[in-house]
Design a protein around this ligand. Structure first.
Ligand code: MTE
Ligand code: HPA
Ligand code: MOS
Length: 771
């Protein structure tokens, strides 16, 4: 291998702006809906179910067909191939067929001359339903054993025995709510028929290859006849990992049948009514602990709201089970998880993918333990941390993976200091003693998050790198850009490898005709996987150039250096572009593919044991809130965050990810509440009724830093993933609110506070523990 000049521009590790930042802020970044429309483009809209569970006796679509501007109406029966879009299990019809299973389920698609005419026409259907009993709550589903998948279980040791013999025990029920992804760009697909039964689909999706599969199967054509492309998304957050499929499938069906381009763009209400969200979780737990607060045994049952079909609920529940430990060693555990089938939207991926729902429960248990023992929760947390890496007794997770990269002790110690945790704790106690209405609260919560897809085979990626004769470089990889900065980081990796400036590297739209059989950009692995694949591709070109350079410049291939836009060998230096031109004339291949598969992963789904993760990303946050105990209103006054991005490829982008995830997670745990009415209709399906955080909810004092670290695993430049883990950091906001509430009863009672801690929920908790 050729020599990398470590003192070069080091395009990796620098805070380059997002590669599309200028386009984003000047409105010139193209999203799917911005593509120039091909002549003859038509627009589709969906007719939605108004019943939660019913047989469809008859669909009278005459009025829809006769409405102004309508070209055609399609139903489940019109698919030449499969009417299925379930990513793992085929239990998910694209258009309802004979039965509806939630309010909002698409029944038919109407194609019209304009978007508005299609939407108006869709309302004119007369559907004759035969109502069936609906299950609207996970606990009701559990009582009836209504699951989308068989229950899961993971045990280690003897939790029952450990709890029974522990000096102290707690038990209870708790719940955390779901969450709408609320990507700013809604779901959209634009299908354009191609010659010989081909189909091109531009789609806002985290998973172009999966869209290719769904479209090919729906149209009964081979995969090579379908091209799916995504330049960028205006956010995905997991909501476009599998559930862009319905939109791609319907647009492709309409375009195929009519042999005309068809665009299907969801408006916000339809998007929220149709698509799945983060899984709400309901827990029954028991734990045993000693006088210091050391956890001796934990027994948990988790019920998730899967909705009407399996979608990704299985891997989500698996990740929840594998994150119950969070940063803590749990010797004896007994975990059961059920994916409850309810007559609601089919829940799906959302940043954290069940990890947050697993980890927050142990934090809730620890919060109660600390209050019961009259200890600072930080001390109880620290006592339960995984041992340092050489601590053989306390460094194996409940699923059998050895923790070899634990930095939580050092990271939390640093944050405790830098946030002035102890002094602020004392100041808050003082404040609360003299403030009858406004109460302050403080909490420090840590996280440890496993990085890799928990479905082993998904941990692979490919890339193509082209070097052109002017020295400019074009990169295509299997990952998708959703704002997270993946393309910027991959471009940095390639620029670094070839020793060219970042401006010389351009990344093209994700395209199933360029890199085949890609995984979703998900599980925070985008850069880990595609960065390595692009590096491998660039390295091959570099090696070929080095061999050639040695023959023309002198020196030996292994000593050739690539830096600052130059190539040097044998004491001679030429411009990168100059050598490229000469190499072309010498018939050296100037493009290459690259492939990467994460090593050493294995998982046994039955016993739920193995080595599912490549490494862990750690972090911690301290949040201070003030709560108005008469209204339930609250404010985050200050947040201090320390995140372990390893050897960060781009500190500015990583900090942006941490800030965004923190605020998004705070929304999940506080103001974002999904409400279904008694007939199963989601009533919070627009920003008017569903409150995501606004800029005014961000703390004025927000201190985000990256922890100095180097990945122990051989990740791309020893960096660590950053996309999802920081969503766990605002646990600290929730527990700070709980701490503030507890102060009204002098920390003697546990506030019964579910998540989301809406103002109403806060007020109820205050009133429940006040004398
Ligand atoms: N950041 C932005 N701006 N927009 C997004 O949609 N999605 C998150 C995270 N950060 C998201 C985001 C989710 S759910 C994941 S899995 C990762 O980005 C995916 O990208 P990565 O693997 O490249 O980090
Ligand atoms: N995250 C996101 N998507 C996934 C995962 C995961 O861990 N496993 C399978 N699909
Ligand atoms: Mo992210 S939930 O893995 O798309």
């Amino acid at each position: 291998m050729t020599k990398q000049n470590e003192t070069s521009w080091a395009e990796v590790g620098k805070s380059h702006p997002h590669e599309s930042a200028v386009l984003h802020v000047s409105g010139r970044a193209n999203y799917t809906d911005d593509m120039p429309e091909t002549q003859g483009t038509l627009h589709a809209a969906l007719g939605l179910s108004t019943q939660a569970h019913a047989l469809i006796r008859h669909m009278d679509l005459n009025a829809v067909r006769q409405a102004q501007g309508v070209i055609a109406v399609f139903t489940a029966r019109d698919f030449p191939g499969s009417n299925q879009c379930g990513p793992i299990i085929k239990d998910d019809p694209i258009l309802a067929d004979g039965v509806v299973e939630y309010v909002g389920q698409p029944l038919f698609a109407v194609v019209a001359r304009s978007h508005e005419l299609a939407r108006r026409a869709a309302r004119l259907a007369k559907i004759d339903y035969e109502t069936l009993p609906a299950i609207l709550h996970p606990r009701a589903a559990h009582e009836q054993q209504s699951y989308v998948l068989p229950p899961m279980s993971l045990t280690r040791g003897d939790a029952q025995h450990a709890i029974a013999n522990a000096p102290h025990r707690i038990s209870g029920e708790w719940q955390v709510g779901g969450q709408e992804q609320f990507y700013l760009e809604g779901q959209i697909a634009y299908a354009i028929p191609q010659e010989a039964d081909g189909m091109y689909v531009a789609c806002s999706t985290q998973h172009p290859s999966e869209m290719q599969h769904v479209v090919a199967h729906a149209l009964a054509i081979p995969l090579h006849s379908v091209q799916v492309e995504c330049r960028r998304m205006g956010g995905g957050f997991g909501g476009k990992e599998s559930q862009s499929a319905l939109w791609a499938g319907v647009a492709a069906l309409c375009a195929f049948k009519l042999q005309r381009p068809v665009k299907l763009r969801a408006d916000r209400d339809d998007d929220m009514l149709v698509t799945g969200k983060r899984h709400e979780f309901h827990y029954d737990y028991e734990a045993g602990y000693n006088d210091e607060g050391l956890i001796l045994g934990v027994k948990v049952q988790m019920l998730s709201r899967a909705g009407f079909s399996a979608d990704l609920s299985g891997p989500v529940a698996t990740r929840a089970v594998c994150h119950l430990d969070n940063a803590y060693f749990l010797s004896d555990v007994d975990i059961r998880a059920m994916c409850c089938k309810t007559n609601t939207q089919s829940n799906t991926a959302f940043r954290g993918f069940g990890g947050p729902q697993g980890a927050i429960l142990i934090e809730h248990i620890i919060d109660d333990i600390a209050r019961h023992l009259g200890k600072d929760a930080l001390d109880v947390r620290r006592l339960n941390f995984y041992g340092r890496n050489d601590d053989e007794g306390r460094n194996v997770t409940h699923y059998g993976q050895k923790v070899v990269d634990n930095v939580i002790h050092e990271l939390v110690a640093e944050l405790e200091q830098s946030s002035d945790y102890r002094a602020r704790r004392a100041a808050i106690a003082k404040f609360n003693a003299t403030s009858p209405v406004l109460k302050k609260g403080l909490a420090l919560t840590p996280h440890k998050f496993g990085i890799a897809f928990n479905v082993t085979h998904l941990n692979q990626a490919g890339a193509l790198v082209h070097v052109y004769l002017d020295g400019s470089v074009l990169v295509n990889h299997g990952g998708t850009e959703m704002g997270q900065g993946l393309n910027t980081k991959v471009a940095q990796v390639v620029a670094h490898e070839l020793g060219v400036p970042l401006s010389a590297v351009r990344i093209t739209a994700t395209d199933t005709t360029k890199v085949a059989n890609t995984s979703a950009t998900a599980a925070s692995t985008g850069t880990d996987l595609n960065g390595k694949a692009a590096q491998a591709a660039a390295r091959q070109i570099r090696d070929r150039l080095a061999t050639y350079a040695a023959t023309t410049l002198g020196g030996v291939a292994s000593e050739v250096s690539f830096s600052d836009g130059n190539i040097s060998s044998g004491g001679n230096t030429v411009l990168f572009s100059e050598l490229v031109q000469k190499a072309y004339l010498a018939r050296v291949q100037l493009w290459s593919d690259g492939f990467y598969a994460t090593p050493d992963l294995h998982w046994d789904g039955k016993s739920m044991k193995g080595n599912p993760f490549s490494y862990y990303a750690y972090g911690a946050a301290v949040s201070e809130v003030v709560v108005d105990t008469l209204t339930g209103e609250w404010k985050l006054l200050r947040a201090d965050v320390l995140y372990d991005a390893g050897n960060s490829l781009n500190p500015a982008i990583d900090k942006g990810q941490v800030e965004g995830a923190f605020i998004q997670g705070m929304g999940w745990l506080t103001t974002e509440e999904l409400v279904w009415n008694a007939s199963g209709k989601l009533t919070t399906h627009a920003p008017s009724t569903y409150k995501i955080p606004a800029i005014s909810d961000c703390p004025e004092d927000f201190r985000v830093s990256l922890f100095k670290n180097k990945n122990v695993a051989d990740s791309i430049h020893r960096s660590k993933a950053v996309g999802e883990p920081p969503l766990l950091l605002p646990f600290s906001v929730f527990f700070a609110i709980r701490d503030a509430i507890a102060s009204v009863a002098d920390h003697q009672r546990h506030p019964p506070l579910p998540a989301p801690a809406t103002s109403e929920a806060i007020l109820r908790a205050v009133n429940a523990i006040r004398d």
